[in-house]
Design a protein around this ligand. Structure first.
Ligand code: ATP
Length: 469
């Protein structure tokens, strides 16, 4: 069927293999009838017998063709067929409001993985605006074998010529646990796992913004990334893992974690930011040198550089520690903190230096995260999300198909500019079933213990905490 027909019968929407099977059965019945009740009670021999054999062989051939068609009726074709019935058969409500004689929109379905399909509907007859509102309808059309599938992402082509729907099995549990820190060692030092089958690829993404209310799993999620980075070890090219805990909470008692000074000032924090920036510039110089030698742009991961991370826990609280104005002869003030951070976020990725900021409130600008930083951070994670918070982090169009539900610690919405996770998707960070803080402290000690030849020397600002778990 190429045009809409409100009087079309259900059989017209049957799958090709079903149509073929029905014709095969019809031929078979005719053949049996001829055999049992020959016309005019003629004896079944001669021409009649030959005719009957032909009819029977057509029936068998059609049956075999129908079996073949069924075998090659892939999952993508089944979904396409289901969507076509849901959209074009009048008994299902005609959601596209088509009129008799109008051309039917072209539908394509591509299988992306066992649990993911990409449905494209071309906006030729129906405009893209109507197709954009079709997410829920498409999800409910999917039934029987595909009832666990729903639209999770909806994208409209810039020229508004088609709308794409990502269909995913939303019941699959991708969460998993690590029972020991050794299981967390990444296969490559640029790819860090966030859940079964999903990871952050540092070769294609930049700094990371992590938001979520208290007890939502932010710190645990970030620690899982830091542990993977620590397990890669330190390179001899100024790599650093700097953790800043301005709240003087659990993290602050770990070795090499920077926290507020004894007089509740943040001079050590500013100093550690400056050192991180200095290391970043040294790494960039190494890369520039190599680029000059090679005569082409080079990437940090091609020269065995390991990623550097600067993690600022509770970024908003951290900012509040700084005085607005610096005293004479000093640069200790909020502007120095903000500017250093902006430079690291915007320039760091090319030298393998990334910032992780955690914020409890997803608010931006006044009292929250500057819009410039929010936009520069290319991986965004919102723990225990709500649509209201999500809209402050992502374009609200990207969240159109996200039903709000009850989330538990570790559940989040996640996006990254790595070409695979550009659209916001649900994610559950790994559960670490071992004494996380003890292991983090041990790994930090080991990491900086390796610095003897070539790394950045230990700074005075970094607190050498010794409390052990
Ligand atoms: N991925 C996860 N799976 C299961 N439970 C988790 C996960 N992540 C965190 N939790 C649990 O949730 C609780 C809160 O986690 P966490 O301290 O990381 O949250 P937070 O958002 O950083 O809170 P706060 O702002 O108070 O520090 C922890 O007790 C932890 O056991």
């Amino acid at each position: 069927m190429r045009t809409y027909n409100s009087k079309a019968l259900r059989i017209e929407f049957a799958a090709p293999w079903v149509k073929c099977l029905i014709i095969a059965i019809a031929f078979f019945i005719v053949s049996v009838l001829i055999y049992l009740l020959p016309p005019n009670n003629l004896p079944i021999d001669g021409v009649l017998l030959k005719c009957n054999r032909v009819i029977l062989s057509i029936s068998i051939s059609l049956f075999l063709i129908s079996v073949l068609l069924r075998i090659f009726f892939t999952q993508a074709k089944q979904i396409k067929h289901m969507i076509m019935i849901g959209l074009y058969y009048r008994r299902y409500g005609n959601p596209l409001c088509l009129r008799d004689g109008e051309f039917l929109p072209i539908i394509k379905v591509k299988q992306l993985s066992n649990t993911k399909f990409l449905l494209t509907i071309y906006a030729i007859v129906v405009n893209a605006e109507i197709l954009q509102k079709l997410g829920v309808t498409v999800s409910s059309i999917l039934n029987r074998r595909y009832q666990r599938f729903a639209v999770t992402v909806l994208n409209t082509d810039v020229a508004l010529s088609y709308v794409q729907y990502t269909l995913e099995d939303v019941t699959i549990d991708k969460s998993f646990s690590f029972y020991s820190v050794d299981q967390m060692k990444p296969v490559r030092q640029t790819v860090f796992v966030v859940q079964k089958g999903d990871s952050i690829d540092l070769t294609t993404s930049g700094s990371i913004l992590v938001a979520g209310k208290t007890r939502s799993g932010k710190t645990t999620g970030i620690i899982s990334i830091l542990i993977q980075a620590l397990l890669c070890g330190r390179d001899h090219q100024y790599s650093q893992i700097t953790i800043i805990d301005p709240k003087c909470a659990e993290l602050s008692v770990l070795p090499h974690v920077v926290t507020v000074d004894d007089d509740v000032e943040a001079t050590a924090i500013l100093q550690s930011l400056k050192e991180f920036e200095a290391a970043m510039r040294k790494r960039q110089r190494i890369l520039n040198e190599r680029s000059k030698q090679i005569g082409d742009a080079v990437h940090w991961w091609e020269f065995d550089m390991h990623p550097s991370f600067l993690f600022i826990d509770e970024y908003v609280a951290c900012r509040s520690l700084f005085p607005k104005k610096a005293e004479k002869g000093s640069d200790y003030c909020l502007a120095a903190f903000d500017n250093t951070l902006k430079r690291i976020v915007t320039m760091g990725a090319s030298a393998g230096c990334f910032v992780i900021l955690s914020i409890a409130e997803a608010s931006v600008d006044e009292g929250g995260l500057p819009t410039m930083l929010k936009n520069a951070m290319t991986t965004k994670i919102l723990f225990k999300p709500t649509l209201t918070e999500g809209r402050l982090i992502w374009d609200s169009l990207k969240l159109e198909n996200f039903p709000e539900r009850v989330y538990s610690a570790g559940d989040c919405w996640f996006s990254s500019t790595d070409g695979e996770h550009d659209d916001v998707a649900f994610c559950h960070f790994p559960h670490m079933r071992f004494p996380v803080y003890r292991e983090l402290g041990r790994l930090l000690k080991e990491y900086y213990g390796e610095s003897a030849d070539g790394g950045v020397p230990q700074d005075g600002a970094r607190r050498e905490n010794t409390i052990s778990y």
